[in-house]
Structures are given as C-alpha cells and as structure tokens.
Design a protein around this ligand. Structure first.
Ligand SMILES: Nc1ncnc2c1ncn2[C@@H]1O[C@H](COP(=O)(O)OP(=O)(O)O)[C@@H](O)[C@H]1O
Ligand SMILES: N[C@@H](CCC(=O)OP(=O)(O)O)C(=O)O
Length: 255
C-alpha cells in the first residue's frame, strides 16, 4: 500500500478563537476514507492556537507560546481521539524535535515507532514538541517538519491542507488576477528566500515554507499536493478518484 503524510495547518483547525470542530470532523472523515487506499500519517499544527482557545497569553513571548503549545497539544489530541474513535481508529501522538530529525539513531526510532503504529492500524499524529524546543525555529514550521517526516518514513507523497486552495503565480490575497499553477516541476531558488507571509496569527510559514517542503521532496523524487483544508473536495477527488480538479501537484514526473 502506498503511504501518504497529510499536514494540516493552524488556520484550518481553529476559527474565531475556537477549535474548528466541524472542519476537524471533515478532516477525520476524509482521513478515514483515505486509509482504505493508503497508509496515513497526520502532521497536525494547532497546538499554540489550541492553547489560545483556553488561555489568552501574549503569543509574541516565546515562553508563552511554548506554554500555549503545552496546553493546546493535549486538547487537540483529545478531540482527534474522540472523532477517530467513532471510526474505531486508535490515535497516537508523536512529538519530535529538530534534534530528533538530525540524528540518524533518533530518525530510526521515530521511523520504528511510526511503522509499529501503522502496522497496528493506529493513526500517528505528529507535531513538533514545541513545549521543550530550545529554539522556537528549530524546525519552526510544520510544512518543513512534514516534509522531513515524509522522507524519513519513506512515504510516497505529502499532502498539505492549507487555508489556500493551491499555489498561485502571485499571492492571491493581494493580486485578484493571480492564476493557479496546477502542476509544478521545479521551484526557483529565489522563491524560497521570499518574505514569509502567513495568513493567520498562529501560522508560521505562509507559502514559502510550503515551497521549501515541496522543493525538499522534489529533490528526493517525492510528490507534494497542496490543496484547501477548508473544502476537501479537491484533495478528495485527487487522492480517491484520481481526478485533478483543483490544488497544486509538485512532481518531477510528467503528468
Ligand atoms: N503564490 C502564492 N500562492 C498561494 N498562497 C500564497 C502565495 N503567496 C502568499 N500566499 C499566502 O500563503 C498563505 C498560506 O500560508 P499559511 O497562512 O501559513 O497557512 P497554513 O496555516 O495553512 O500553513 C495563503 O493564505 C496566502 O495568503
Ligand atoms: N507546532 C506548531 C505549528 C506551527 C505551524 O507550523 O503552523 P502552520 O503554519 O499553521 O502549519 C503548533 O502546533 O502550533
């Protein structure tokens, strides 16, 4: 069976200071369907945003952000657990640090844990261990974290579910005439050093970290599909029906 890593951003998981439970439910339903065809690993952001739903600390202070992540991570996990339980699926939390992803022994351990979970039908839910990270930007954003996880668990592709429905030739929030790029075979180096433009106070990367993730995986000949996490119809038709309606596929292959 092919393996996919699905990454979902903070903006998708929260709305107006609350966890966006309906969107989370749609995500869980989609992942459950996806598991009929693929082995699935979820990389979920939203710990800091989830913490902020409980306690309004000043998020610009790093210690507060780490504390918010410590509050929010179990809240998120509890929500996921309840929703997956209805599908008889057990969830598991896998928290990693940048140090883990830089050491061969640690990578092997992360891989072994994930393999064992998947073999037993459990869905691994990965996030950075924000509460103990010594530098906020160790990995810093889950787009790149999910790319590392894709490579190190030997997954076939990464799906990034975002608050934007595709990669455009210009920021669609600033240029009404921006066009969707449906298939991208290479990413210019200068695109990767652009200013970071997240669209949400809890998001970290904007489009740049998504491009970095896709570029990293292109080098390794693995595909990335960027699509909306608000409306899952594009990712559903691409992954389950093999029809590319919307969303951007980053791939080396000619399709
Ligand atoms: N060329 C582009 N194509 C698509 N989105 C872009 C582009 N340039 C900038 N963006 C911005 O990147 C945002 C997505 O990143 P981000 O806010 O970090 O989302 P997430 O929380 O899903 O990780 C979009 O909402 C959009 O405003
Ligand atoms: N580890 C952080 C992730 C921050 C992050 O990368 O957010 P996003 O840009 O929304 O994917 C958290 O869970 O809050």
């Amino acid at each position: 069976m092919k393996r996919v890593v699905v990454k979902v951003g903070s903006a998708v998981l929260t709305q107006d200071g609350e966890i966006a439970l309906r969107r989370m439910q749609s995500l869980v339903n989609f992942l459950t369907e996806l598991r009929d065809k693929y082995e699935v690993i979820l990389v979920s952001s939203g710990a800091v945003a989830g913490g902020y739903t409980k306690l309004k600390l000043d998020r610009t202070v790093i210690a507060n952000k780490q504390a918010l992540a410590a509050i929010g991570q179990p809240v998120l996990m509890e929500r996921y657990a309840k929703k997956f339980e209805k599908h008889n699926i057990i969830t598991a939390q896998v928290l990693v640090t940048a140090a883990n992803l830089n050491k061969a022994d640690d990578i092997q351990r992360v891989r072994n844990t994930v393999e064992t979970l998947i073999e037993n039908g459990v869905i691994p839910i990965v996030n950075e261990n924000d509460a103990t990270a010594t530098d906020e930007l160790e990995v810093g954003d889950n787009d790149q974290l999910s790319a590392y996880i894709t490579k190190h668990t030997d997954a076939d592709m990464l799906i990034i579910l975002s608050d934007i429905d595709a990669f455009y030739d210009a920021d669609p929030r600033k240029n009404s005439g921006a066009h969707v790029l449906k298939v991208v075979h290479s990413i210019d180096k200068e695109m990767l050093t652009q200013e970071v433009t997240p669209n949400n106070v809890f998001a970290t990367g904007g489009i740049v970290t998504k491009l970095k993730a896709a570029a990293y995986l292109l080098e390794d000949n693995r595909d990335t599909f960027l699509a909306s996490g608000f409306d899952l119809s594009d990712v559903r038709s691409f992954m389950l029906d093999g029809v590319h309606k919307g969303g951007t596929l980053f791939t080396k292959a000619d399709r």
